[in-house]
Design a protein around this ligand. Structure first.
Ligand SMILES: [Zn+2]
Length: 175
């Protein structure tokens, strides 16, 4: 692994949908290290997206890393406990496990995903996440603190500002 100082950086983990949206082109790389898993890379099949993705990997814009088994085991236990195991893909589990593994190295780890089951799992694992699309989200009721602009949802309820937008997070009153 690289030796640079990562404490002030955010680790962003992209799921397959985020790779397809080329979300890695939108992130400020001075503040963000971008990761994904081999399973997500494999799911990108169309030629144009695959070519762009492989180029980004070659240029080290994206680091492809697979989680160690013990993190996968933890994720599987939590998924089973919340009754999501059958609804999660193998890639969902890998993505969550990678985020868990990176949490020991980074101050903040954020998974970019529109997948509701994965978001729910991340909430249970206390891992921050951010959807790609900010419109059409129907499950906002599960979030208590979020960025009103990009829907970044922190794992730590004490966070006050969005690390992507810099604006204050809002707190939803739970009815
Ligand atoms: Zn934001």
């Amino acid at each position: 692994m690289h030796q640079e100082h990562t404490f002030n950086k955010i680790a962003v983990v992209l799921d397959t949908g985020a790779l397809l949206a080329k979300y890695y082109r939108l992130l400020p790389r001075t503040r963000v290290d971008i990761f994904t898993t081999n399973s997500a890379v494999t799911e990108v099949r169309d030629l144009e997206n695959k070519r762009a993705l492989l180029e980004a990997i070659e240029l080290e814009v994206i680091r492809v890393l697979d989680p160690e088994d013990r993190y996968v085991s933890t994720v599987l236990i939590v998924a089973k406990n919340i009754g999501s195991l059958s609804k999660l893909s193998q890639t969902d589990v890998q993505i969550a496990a990678l985020a868990l593994m990176l949490r020991g190295k980074y101050n903040n780890v954020v998974v970019i995903t529109d997948d509701y089951e994965l978001q729910n799992l991340l909430l249970s694992l206390k891992i921050s996440f951010k959807p790609l699309r900010t419109r059409g989200i129907t499950c906002l009721t599960i979030y208590s603190v979020y960025c009103p602009l990009c829907l970044y949802t922190p794992s730590n309820p004490g966070e006050t500002a969005c690390p992507f937008c810099g604006i204050p997070l809002v707190r939803r009153r739970l009815s």
